[in-house]
Design a protein around this ligand. Sequence first.
Ligand code: ATP
Ligand code: MG
Ligand code: MG
Ligand code: MG
Length: 467
Amino acid sequence: QWTGLNELREKFLEFFESKEHLRLGSFSLIPQGDNSLLLINSGMAPMKKYFTGEVTPPKNRVTTCQKCIRTGDIENVGYTARHGTFFEMLGNFSFGDYFKREAIAWAWEFFTEVLEMPKDKLYPSVYMEDDEAWDIWVNEIGVDESHMKRLGKEDNFWEHGSGPCGPCSEIYFDRGEKYGCGKPDCGVGCECDRYVEIWNLVFSQFNNDGQGNYTDLVQKNIDTGMGLERLACVMQGVDNLFLVDTVQNIMKHVSKISGVEYGGSERNDVSLRVITDHIRSTVFMIGDGVLPSNEGRGYVLRRLLRRAARHGKLLGINGPFLSELADTVIRENQKAYPELTEKRDTIKKIISYEEDSFAKTIDQGLALLNTFIDQADSKVFSGEHAFTLNDTYGFPLDLTKEILEERGMAVDEERFRELMREQKERARNARKDAGADAWKGEGSAASGLPATVFTGYTELCSAAKVI
Ligand code: ATP
Ligand code: MG
Ligand code: MG
Ligand code: MG
């Protein structure tokens, strides 16, 4: 049955309140006291200390809807039906209270009784060695074995960086043959968009010290995560996340500005989806205090904004458009995130500023990039050129790489990094001369912020593998 995104969020939180959970608001996208993560990427991430027992939670049962950013999914965005760099994650959590049996039973009750999902469309998976979870699904819930699947560590063992982790059980929804890849072995766990993973139930019982050493947690916990947009996508019977009611309203605005209708060509559709996704991420990031810069979170923000701007160019948009779009993002989210409305002016100002500064160089940069491509006598693009594009025209390396990939080329990244290092070295020497204090806040659009560590390249490259 068609249900709006806002209503689904409320139904979930109310359901777990009825199971004696305390409802908490979303935590900030900026991790507090946790250096292992650049941005919050799951409902449990801001609650790690409740899981380890380091901090006592306000109640041992909690439910939230958490804002999440997953930069590791950036390459999927626009191409798969189910990935955004920004999404909301619904979750119910037990800190040393209930465990597998209740978590599974309630997930099933929510799906089949509250939302009245057809049982024959649901496919649970369990971790290879987790006979206990298998047994609960088959013998207590009554799911037919033909709908069950055992998956390996990659899918069904949950861990993000250091901290609590454990085996998990996921619920997939079969969207039907028309979304399948047609391969004979297509089924749960297939990369195509027929069997969509909607809910992950994590049985967190170990602690990873960050070096790969696992110890039993003092208490057994439950941590679940369900993508709100994915749930809405399935409940609304639409093709992908970007056609979910509130999200679609943002995409419609992009269509209005560009004059490009959705559904016309795959190429344009990708750009429409990418812009829709990136403007959501950036509005929420700025709303939580992230500012564009060349490092850490600020680099992620800058990259998303510049990538969105470039896709705007691909759609034929002339002139700035992102800050206008921010209004729609704020409007569509004001119910759950009224604080965005309060920060509207700041959000729009920062987007405008960043967009304008990139607009000054993007055309020249793109023209130069094309000249470089034409001149290249191999499939490897020189590190010097990538460096010039970055240094003079503000092209983040990833953007250059992405454009080159579309032309079947790659960058000499080693040389690029070498030049970046040399430049940093020069800046450091200059700083010594000028006196350290004069350069504080360098690389950031505003001063007075806590210094960010440069992790952009490594984080962005490795996140895809970790997540
Ligand atoms: P997938 O395998 O589809 O990439 P995942 O296994 O990486 O998903 P989890 O880490 O288990 O996802 O996160 C819990 C839930 O959050 C998922 O079951 C899904 O509903 C949602 N989710 C994860 N990544 C995204 C994303 N990029 N965009 C939207 N929702 C997401
Ligand atoms: Mg998965
Ligand atoms: Mg998963
Ligand atoms: Mg994933």
